[in-house]
Design a protein around this ligand. Structure first.
Ligand code: IPM
Ligand code: MG
Length: 385
């Protein structure tokens, strides 16, 4: 949808700053959103809720049920990051990460889109040579509500015979179909190729995955489908990243492979993500967050790279707000600034100067302003419900 809406539309946006650098990078995205909304018929209503470690400290739970219900009513959710050493001793069921996992599963966000693109700025920092990585542009589609993340039984027991732990991976045909459908549709708007990654030589869930993918591929011959085993794929991804277009895979493999793909982008700090509900539609509900963690050691120092968060906002403008025109503007402004001389510490190198999160964000807004005005800064801390 590349049309400019001429009626003002209101969107109910829930902000989930979380922990560590989460609040700072989310603030950057909100500043950019305010700048791009101005004069573009967008009226955003904000609600800020505590999640993760911040919620554990305030309410003794990583996500209150009433907050989950509030999220369900929103048009979209924008999240910073969760977790940190303060909460390391907690069990997996009570850790900050549980907030994220609950949101994903209870809001049925089975499709996780993680675009990874090579940029010159990131490329200078990538251990891969330009020859190998230049021009790489991969859209990872990670299944997000199944696999070992949610399978039962899952427990950790201390017994007289020693400690014993179990995790279970489960997948249904429907879950696999939903991500494949999304991956194929996405490939049609890109270079027309899907790589399905599994471990079909060992795991039953992967055998199911490959069967469903093969059948779906047969019914949709307009898209080129290839299968790869996750171990050899990991090597090939780094050896020849340009060969891949859309990569679709299960929850755990997707978690690992997208961090690995950060090597192609040069920094995890620049990678965005969208978690979407299967089923389509022009304005679908989604949770948007950078793929990096909460980086507790960088917290409050104004050094975090806000690009992953700002590009997540761009994904939100496209998938949940139906404003591809504005998504493109944001993406373009980020590219312009990234091609310049002022970069955050993770990307700084020869011929460039390190700037803070705020200064980098201001430069992005400056770029946007050339195409429309920016409003006063809205402090997300003023809106905690
Ligand atoms: C991610 C993260 C999460 C995951 C953690 C924080 C639970 O690593 O989004 O990739 O494992 O999915
Ligand atoms: Mg991860």
């Amino acid at each position: 949808m590349d049309t400019m809406d001429d009626v003002v539309r209101s969107f109910d946006l829930v902000l989930l700053p979380g922990d560590g650098i989460g609040p700072e990078v989310l603030q950057a995205a909100v500043d950019v959103l305010e700048a791009v909304a101005e004069g573009n018929n967008l009226d955003i209503r904000y609600t800020t809720l505590l999640v993760g470690g911040a919620a554990i400290d305030a309410y003794e739970t990583p996500l209150r049920t009433q907050d989950l219900e509030r999220c369900r009513k929103a048009d979209a959710l924008l999240l910073g990051a969760v977790g940190g050493p303060t909460w390391d001793e907690l069990s997996v069921e009570t850790r900050p990460e549980r907030a994220l996992l609950r949101l994903r599963s209870e809001l049925n966000l089975g499709i996780n889109l993680r675009p990874v693109t090579w940029t010159a700025a990131g490329g200078r920092h990538a251990p891969l040579t330009e020859e190998v990585a230049q021009g790489a542009d991969i859209a990872f589609v990670r299944e997000l509500t199944g696999g070992v993340y949610f399978g039962q039984p899952s427990y950790y027991h201390r017994t007289v015979g020693g400690r014993h732990a179990v995790d279970t991976s489960t997948y249904s045909e429907k879950q696999v179909q939903a991500v494949l459908e999304f991956a194929f549709e996405l490939a049609r708007s890109r270079r027309g190729k899907v790589t399905s990654v599994d471990k079909a030589n060992v795991m039953n869930t992967s055998r199911l995955w490959r069967e469903v993918a093969t059948e779906y591929g047969r019914e949709n011959p307009d898209v080129e489908l290839e299968h790869a085993l996750v171990d050899s794929f990991a090597m090939s991804l780094i050896r020849s990243p340009r060969t891949y277009d859309v990569v679709v895979t299960e929850n755990l493999f997707g978690d690992i492979l997208t961090d690995l793909a950060g090597v192609i982008a040069g920094s995890l700090g620049v990678l965005p993500s969208a978690s979407l509900r299967p089923g389509g539609g022009e304005r679908r509900f989604g949770l948007y967050e950078p793929i990096h963690g909460s980086a507790p050691s960088l917290r409050g120092q104004d050094v975090a790279n806000p690009v992953g968060s700002i590009l997540s906002l761009a994904l939100m403008l496209h998938w949940s707000l139906g404003r591809t025109d504005l998504a493109n503007k944001v993406q373009h402004a980020v590219s312009q600034v990234m091609a310049g001389e002022r970069l955050t510490a993770d990307l700084v190198g020869k011929g460039t100067t390190a700037v803070g999160t705020r200064e980098f964000t201001a430069a992005v807004i400056e770029q946007l302003k050339e195409r429309g005005g920016a409003r006063e800064r809205r402090d997300i801390r003023h809106h905690v419900a």
